[in-house]
Design a protein around this ligand. Structure first.
Ligand SMILES: C[S@@+](CC[C@H](N)C(=O)[O-])C[C@H]1O[C@@H](n2cnc3c(N)ncnc32)[C@H](O)[C@@H]1O
Length: 258
């Protein structure tokens, strides 16, 4: 299999784990820089970071400090558009399947509003980064409080995960697929550039496949995060759409659809 990423580890204490991860997923493995791909996942003691040497930038996941932790403490609560789209209120705390977990940011924000969140991420690299971030945050009181109702991660294709009913079901499926390729190249933030380099853009077929599986799986609603002016995903029309500054949330209410 051709891979666009190298697993890199210079740290002796992590080398066995890093090389096993590379082997299991058919990735290249290197113990020295520079490596033969622009993208590399660096295993270090207590940190796992995804680097793109072309843009000289990297991303890592940290659920205990920085902007995300700040948003947990001081963020917009149930008034946030994402919370309204999902239907979270003091009376309704749905079990949410975040079928496109990515860097886990939305998942943690939703968990912090009191919902049980099940995360599914197809990329072994991102799933490994999420797993490590969850393990490292396990003793952090803010993270414990945010994820008290449940925060469980699966590395799987979410469409298959839902088709095969790997868990019994959920109330809401949340989808935030990679945004479509833009005709005009606006500057995308560096972390999104790295994700696009790793995953690519999503196709209309992949999005439609996820939406169909999600509508069959959720009992209350499916919520899709889209760029403000993007077309709807192919399939039934959304029941309603909610807008924030740059984002649209298309809401498919299951009762209305059937
Ligand atoms: C835009 S990112 C999601 C960002 C995420 N909402 C966050 O807050 O960090 C999209 C993610 O969906 C994942 N994805 C796309 N299709 C998927 C599928 N069929 N199953 C599981 N994950 C998928 C991609 O690998 C990528 O990590």
């Amino acid at each position: 299999m051709l891979s666009n990423i190298t697993i890199y580890c210079a740290d002796l204490s992590k080398r066995e784990q890093a090389s096993a991860f590379a082997n299991n997923n058919n990735y290249l493995f290197a113990t020295a820089l520079p490596v033969s791909t622009a993208l590399y996942l660096s295993f270090e003691e207590n940190s796992l970071s995804l680097h793109d040497s072309h843009i000289n930038s990297s991303i890592s996941i940290d659920f205990t400090s920085g902007g995300l932790a700040h948003r947990l403490q001081y963020g917009g609560g149930k008034g946030q558009t994402i919370a309204k789209a999902i239907g979270i209120s003091s009376k309704n705390k749905p079990h949410i399947l975040d079928a496109t977990a990515g860097l886990g940011r939305d998942a943690l924000i939703l968990a912090n509003l009191g919902s049980k969140v099940t995360l599914v991420e197809q990329s072994p690299v991102l799933a490994e980064m999420l797993k490590q971030a969850i393990d490292l945050a396990a003793d952090n009181p803010l993270f414990q409080q945010a994820t008290g109702a449940g925060f469980e991660l699966y590395n799987d294709d979410a469409a298959l995960f839902m088709d095969n009913r790997i868990i019994d079901g959920c109330d809401v499926v949340y989808l935030d697929p990679m945004y479509p390729e833009k005709k005009k190249t606006a500057l995308v933030k560096k972390d999104m550039q790295i994700l696009q380099q790793l995953i690519g853009h999503s196709t209309a077929e992949q999005n439609a496949r996820l939406l169909t599986a999600a509508i069959a799986f959720a009992s209350q609603r499916v919520v899709v995060k889209r760029p403000k002016n993007a077309e709807n995903i192919n399939g039934p029309a959304p029941t309603m759409s909610l807008h924030s500054k740059k984002t649209r949330y298309d809401v498919y209410v299951i009762k209305t659809l059937s």
